[in-house]
Design a protein around this ligand. Structure first.
Ligand code: AVJ
Length: 317
């Protein structure tokens, strides 16, 4: 068993630094990656089942419907590198469709989660070489040096997680994928598309209040891990469209003037003041392809659902 205590202590310190910095800014903000503690990950799973949250089921349906075309695009004996591993069913659809894939390389910051999903996939694909890599995929990192070099490498990035990155971060990320897969490599990226707001906003502000619980859970996490005194009942979830950024933003809005302690510091909130907790950028296919081009990619194929809600884009160098 790996000793995870040092890693956990480092994570806790990084969380503390991010929270104190983000809550000291004139426009309060917190990085969205901290939404995913155990409870947050559970709530996100629930979100993916909501009637209003179309991305997961739409992308899954596209992968199912286009599995053969995607496999043809990837080619035989591929090494599939998944950035942010463990979507589970999406990975299985692609692995099952690929022509004799050589290896699967899931990359994730959560080591225990990675080990669990690797085990599950081993049961389903016993002949497949699985090489988990513990890393934050938005940082620079190297793939294991002994990965087979002759097979074509495919970067797989489903879930429209690309939308959580700023355009500059997305270009840097796609450039790193390019470096990982090499000139013969390809990428398959899930992209949530721009659409009317009456469809977009409810996906991030559902009637059952699951997204609200997901967002406000960040305050509960701060209370637990950083000695915070947030009263979640005095804050509200908010989802809004930022037209300039082409992004749905999640905010936590203070319902009253109040002072909250976090890690021994006092943080003051005006009534109506918000903490920006997540941006989920939406792209048109052309805008996404232009972004990928800045990172040295060009469009190979685009697979879409009939309603044009979501695209799975196949990129080549
Ligand atoms: C997991 C980042 C793709 O942005 O749609 C869902 C996260 N936030 N509801 C998204 C999320 C609120 C989700 N991603």
């Amino acid at each position: 068993m790996l000793d995870r205590a040092p890693l956990q202590a480092a994570q806790r310190e990084a969380f503390r630094a991010d929270v104190l910095e983000g809550l000291s800014k004139p426009a309060k903000t917190l990085p969205s990656r901290w939404l995913y503690d155990d409870r947050g990950s559970e709530l996100f799973e629930e979100i993916t089942q909501l009637p209003e949250y179309y991305p997961t089921r739409t992308e899954t349906a596209i992968l199912r419907a286009e599995a053969e075309a995607i496999a043809a695009f990837c080619g035989p004996r591929a090494t599939l590198i998944e950035y942010g591993a463990g979507a589970g069913v999406k990975t299985e659809i692609v692995l099952a469709a690929l022509d004799n894939p050589a290896s699967y390389v899931p990359v994730d910051i959560a080591g225990d989660f990675l080990a669990l999903s690797a085990e599950r996939l081993e049961q389903r694909f016993p002949w497949l070489e699985i090489r988990p890599v513990v890393a934050d995929f938005t940082d620079d990192f190297d793939l294991p040096s002994d990965l087979p070099r002759l097979n074509r490498r495919i970067g797989f990035f489903p879930g429209s997680t690309i939308g959580n990155l700023s355009p500059a971060q997305a270009v840097a990320f796609l450039a790193q994928v390019g470096a990982h897969v090499g000139d013969a490599g390809r990428a398959v990226v899930g992209v949530d598309l721009v659409k009317p707001l009456d469809r977009l906003v409810p996906a991030y502000d559902d009637a059952a209040g699951v997204t609200a619980a997901f967002n406000l859970n960040l305050l509960v996490r701060i209370n637990r891990e950083l000695d915070g005194t947030f009263d979640p009942a005095r804050f509200a979830h908010e989802a809004r469209w930022n037209a300039e950024e082409q992004a749905i933003e999640m905010h936590i809005r203070s319902l009253a003037p109040q002072v909250v302690a976090v890690a021994g510091r006092e943080i003051a909130f005006a009534e109506g003041e918000t903490i920006h907790t997540e941006s989920s950028r939406k792209y048109g296919v052309d805008a996404f392809v232009a972004l990928a081009a800045e990172a040295g990619w060009r469009a190979g194929e685009v697979w879409r659902d009939a309603d044009g809600l979501f695209a799975v884009v196949g990129l080549k160098r």
